[in-house]
Write a protein that binds this ligand. Structure first.
Ligand code: MG
Ligand code: MG
Length: 257
């Protein structure tokens, strides 16, 4: 069942998303070679708590941290660790905030130092595909229109879409109906209605779309160990407009590409 949100509920998600956006901005200041990923997690965790929120992921099905940090061939759900970022890495940083009863969720993939032009193009195409999906996330469209737009943008550029993991509705729970696949057919799937709040999150691979799960029970990586990118926004659909509730603004203020 899809739980459509009232204006008042969307306002609380907006507030949650503002804390989330700022937490991402604090993390962004530290993304550089030599930094341990667990130090990024500490900054996000403290910032969220200091602003009255809770990290949505910490304790979720036993997940141990505020951030999912996924390096290079890792797609999503990586753990912060003693791993030290090095020149040429990419890292996806995914974070959720729970505030006044509502979750927000967003992710961003960073180049660390100088990365190869090939990988930079992957990041660019993945971020663009997120916005292609958002463009189609409008009242009266169907989910398949969102999914198709993402898939087309990605595959036209020779990249592949991860299929086993999808975006999702969210609100009082971090993961609600409906699923938001990053591949699909136009005109199919649920109609997007007033008050729908979804996280759109393309996961895009440079090589094949196949993934495997590491033995830690969480980390997903590409089977061919080629890089993977991930960007995410929480979006609200209204009758007369669509609003991106989360923001990458605070990231992009400090992290000039
Ligand atoms: Mg996320
Ligand atoms: Mg998500």
């Amino acid at each position: 069942m899809i739980l459509y949100k009232t204006e008042e509920e969307v306002q609380l998600i907006r507030e949650s998303a503002e804390i989330l956006g700022r937490a991402h901005g604090e993390v962004a200041k530290l993304v550089k070679p030599g930094v341990k990923t667990k130090d990024l997690d500490k900054v996000a965790d403290e910032f969220i708590h200091d602003h009255g929120g809770e990290p949505s992921f910490k304790g979720y099905n036993g997940f141990p941290a505020a951030l999912c940090i996924s390096e290079n061939e890792q797609v999503v759900h990586g753990f912060p660790s003693g791993y030290e970022l090095k020149d040429g890495d990419i890292i996806s940083i995914d974070c959720g905030v729970f505030y006044k009863g509502f979750h927000s969720d967003s992710a961003y993939t960073y180049p660390v130092g100088e990365i190869s032009p090939e990988t930079m193009s992957l990041l660019k195409a993945t971020k663009e595909s997120l916005y292609k999906g958002i463009e189609q996330a409008k009242f009266g469209n169907r989910m398949g229109d969102v999914s198709y737009a993402i898939q087309k943008h990605v595959e036209d550029r020779g990249y592949t879409v991860v299929r086993e993991l999808v975006g999702h509705g969210l609100g009082r729970s971090l993961h609600e109906s409906p699923e938001v696949p990053n591949y699909g057919k136009r005109g199919r799937g649920p109609k997007l209605q007033d008050g729908l709040v979804i996280a759109i999150e393309p996961m895009v691979n440079l090589g094949s779309r196949n993934i495997v799960q590491e033995n830690d029970g969480w980390t997903i990586r590409t089977r061919d160990r080629k890089p993977s990118a991930h960007y995410e926004h929480t979006v609200a659909v209204f009758k007369d407009r669509t609003e991106v509730l989360t923001t990458h603004k605070y990231i992009e203020e400090v992290f000039k590409l």
